[in-house]
Design a binder for this molecule. Structure first.
Ligand SMILES: [Zn+2]
Length: 325
């Protein structure tokens, strides 16, 4: 009995140990099965959630570009001119607008010359230059000073309505070599902004007063070129100066020097940029003779931008042009 009793006490203990051992084995097996099944679980693991993006679902792709192609430079040029013909051209009817627009045509194969007038607008003088442009259906480029804008809006509107080009000649005729490079942005940018805000017109050309734009590699030049690139503008020098500001140059001499001499001596007039100033009467008198003469010789009077866009090189922001190649 004692033995039995002892056995009875001993057996449950062994039984419990056995159960515990078995339980441990089962747990190990379960763990092993779980681990193995985890290894072969198909990916991606559905128990792992994709990170939730805080960004709104992306919009459907933008529709394919409109079938209408971008206007060419020439189409855009004509559209811009027509806008100003309608806005400022004093054209009484559609026929008058059409007649004005007909004078804007350019033959890329024919000879071209770009006359430029600096330092204006000047009361009286600038309007006389514009009269000559209007009477002959020709265009020119005016490098204006910013401090002339407010008092000469009429002339500026008339330039635009005749397809002429407005260029930048700084606000107050600043020699940019004589100011800190940090001030160049304001000297030029102020003119761009004034013309843009008043007329919605974007200036593309800069002519440095005194034709001073810093030596290559200088801080002035580097700053200027960087600004031109930023504003999509080019720097315009000239092929030939008429020297019309020299006291000794009469209208006749300007006519000869600026034009006839060049053409008759076989020098390059086609593709050239001619420097004049719309601030004295003799320049007007010379221009009045020059225009019909050169028209009869087959030249087209175009703006500097037109000249550059039709040249082999084309227009490039930051470039310095003395003529069109
Ligand atoms: Zn000047």
């Amino acid at each position: 009995m004692k033995k039995k009793k002892k056995r009875k006490i001993k057996d449950p203990l062994r039984f419990a140990v056995g159960v515990a051992f078995l339980a441990l084995i089962v747990m190990l097996l379960v763990f092993l099965i779980a681990a193995i099944s985890g290894c072969f679980r198909s990916k991606p693991n559905p128990s792992v959630e994709e990170p939730v993006s805080s960004v709104e679902p992306t919009l459907p792709p933008t529709p394919s570009p409109s079938p209408t192609p971008e206007p060419s430079w020439e189409e855009q040029r004509l559209a811009d001119i027509e806008h100003y013909v309608r806005a400022y051209g004093n054209c009484p009817n559609e026929a008058a607008i059409e007649a004005r627009m007909a004078t804007m045509a350019i033959d890329p194969e024919a000879k071209m010359v770009a006359f430029t007038f600096d330092d204006g607008p000047r009361t009286g003088i600038t309007n006389e230059v514009l009269d000559i442009c209007e009477e002959n259906g020709v265009r020119a480029t005016f490098f204006i000073k910013g401090d002339n804008i407010a008092s000469h809006e009429e002339e500026l509107m008339r330039m635009l309505s005749l397809g002429c080009e407005i260029g930048n000649h700084t606000w107050e005729h600043t020699n940019i070599e004589e100011i800190p490079a940090s001030e160049i942005r304001e000297a030029i940018g102020s003119v761009n902004e004034a013309i843009e805000s008043r007329f919605g017109y974007t200036i593309r050309l800069f002519r440095p007063p005194y034709i001073k734009y810093g030596d290559k590699g200088s801080e002035t030049r580097n700053t200027l070129v960087a600004l031109m690139e930023e504003w999509n503008m080019a720097i315009v020098n000239h092929t030939r100066s008429t020297h019309d500001t020299y006291a000794s140059y009469t209208a006749e001499r300007i006519y000869n020097r600026g034009v006839m001499e060049t053409d008759e001596l076989g020098k390059k007039l086609d593709g050239s940029i001619i420097l004049c100033h719309d601030k004295q009467q003799k320049t007007v008198d010379a221009f009045r003779k020059i225009v019909p003469e050169l028209l009869s010789r087959g030249y087209q009077f175009v703006t500097v931008s037109e000249l550059l866009h039709y040249s082999k090189d084309g227009f490039h922001a930051g470039w310095i042009y003395s003529s069109a190649n």
